[in-house]
Design a binder for this molecule. Sequence first.
Ligand code: HEM
Length: 121
Amino acid sequence: MNIEKRGFWSWFLQRITALLLVMGMSVHFFTFHFSPSRYASRYYDEIINRFCSPGWITFHLCLLALVVFHGLNGLWGIFVDFNLSKRANCIFKQVLWFAGIILFGVGIYILIWFATKEGSV
Ligand code: HEM
């Protein structure tokens, strides 16, 4: 366990985000992939309308933030195990934050673009 190397909050939040991902991804799959009407012709419209409502957009933005943080924080945990210099760790952490902000930004853009194009928001 590399809690000393990666820092308490990084270690702790990796577990919290994992737990929230299990719950969030379950809600996502059961609401958007296993709808009772999935074989009906209205299925696409039904899913799109649900997906584009403000509440579900907020939900998916939170899920996106969780998965981006969890994935990149996981990479941070792996990186510190290589025992490189403090400077290398510092640079890598900044690269991860930068990548995270870009990925989250692209995700927000696509979600909003999709909702305004397909939905009624
Ligand atoms: C429900 C989904 C998920 C659960 C329950 C989960 C759970 C976990 C847990 C408990 C850890 C900590 C392992 C440790 O430190 O010993 C971990 C690490 C990690 N997770 Fe996830 N994870 C999920 C999804 C994801 C996704 C979607 C990604 C990629 C985007 C991801 C990437 C990583 C990475 C890179 C690590 C670090 C692996 C390591 O330390 O060797 N995880 N995950």
